[in-house]
Design a protein around this ligand. Structure first.
Ligand code: GLV
Length: 309
């Protein structure tokens, strides 16, 4: 009756406190110090090494400590136990607020006013009202659809693209290649919420960026490798885009040599738009384990499939 914990080695104290609070009475083995592999029933993991999950003969379920499971998607074989994604409403809300912040940054020209301030220059520009400012989300999964709803509630015109048809109140939902080509030239801001998998690697490439109108902004809260970073830099250098707010990068931490650090049109944040909160996360995992032990299935089971959204 034991739990394996591996949050890639980070903040284990906070995770242990939450596990002891919401899953009392369970032994916890912190990876890689597993004294009895046969005792492990549940694995709570993040960026866990490929192959290791197959070494626990009594493993019943794997709970990812993040919503993205690209590190699991990269395994050549998956463990036999079911894998559950963490979809934490607190994290989705954090990501929505992060996106709202940068959306308003682009809508209200805050970068322009910041540079005007450096010159003590007073000049006001007309800016569109929220309903005339069109935000497009790529990826309408649990996180993308929540971000879309929050933007729509704040009055923005919102379109959401997914590979297959979906529908959300207040959001213009489009799908497939045609749906994408229809919205791209109309957008004021493009938000990337796509999971990273073989179908989405470098999905946002030179061709897609070229379909955005001049002056559009880009926000990435999913995974860096969904964007062809060289193509994005080329587009920014041409001055076609208003800017990019990037929370995720193909290589993290972002190397000191990256041009993104000093690019005048780029805002870099260190993958913090929706950090997992151990307290809220373990409450969700404890509820899911209870459901699983009653013979039910938690909602966000991960299935290996090549879908973009
Ligand atoms: C963080 O990036 C996550 O996938 O939860």
């Amino acid at each position: 009756m034991a739990i394996l914990l591996n949050n890639d080695g980070f903040w284990h104290d906070q995770w242990l406190t939450a596990i002891h609070k919401y899953l009392p009475g369970r032994d916890v083995h912190e990876y890689p110090r597993i004294s009895d592999p046969a005792a492990i029933e549940y694995a709570l993991v993040w960026k866990h090494p490929a192959g290791d999950l197959e070494t626990y003969p009594n493993l019943k379920a794997v709970f990812s400590l993040g919503s993205g499971v690209d590190y699991i998607d990269a395994y050549s074989t998956l463990p036999k136990a079911p894998i559950f994604r963490l979809i934490d409403p607190a994290m989705a809300e954090d990501m929505a607020l992060y996106t709202l912040y940068w959306t308003i940054h682009f809508q209200r020209l805050f970068k322009v006013y910041r540079s005007q301030q450096k010159e003590s220059h007073w000049h006001r520009y007309p800016t569109p009202l929220a309903p005339d400012f069109h935000i497009g989300l790529l990826g309408m999964g649990a996180i993308g659809s929540h971000i879309a709803k929050v933007l729509a509630k704040n009055g923005f015109e919102v379109s959401g693209w997914s590979r297959s048809p979906k529908s959300f109140e207040g959001v213009n939902c489009v799908h497939g290649e045609e749906g994408l080509s229809a919205i791209l030239p109309e957008l004021d801001v493009l938000v990337c919420c796509l999971p990273l998998n073989t179908a989405t690697r470098w999905f946002i490439n030179a061709d897609l960026l070229g379909q955005l109108k001049k002056g559009a902004g880009l926000i990435n809260v999913s995974r860096g490798a969904v964007i062809d970073e060289a193509a994005l830099l080329a587009e920014l250098d041409k001055g076609r885009l208003a800017g990019a707010a990037l929370d995720v990068f193909e290589t993290e931490p972002l190397p000191k040599s990256s041009r993104f650090w000093n690019h005048p049109l780029v805002n870099v944040t260190p993958h913090m738009s929706g950090a997992t909160n151990p307290d809220t996360a373990v409450q969700i995992i404890a509820r899911d384990i209870a459901r699983f032990e009653r013979g039910g299935m938690p909602e966000f089971i991960y299935q290996r499939e090549v879908t973009a959204a």
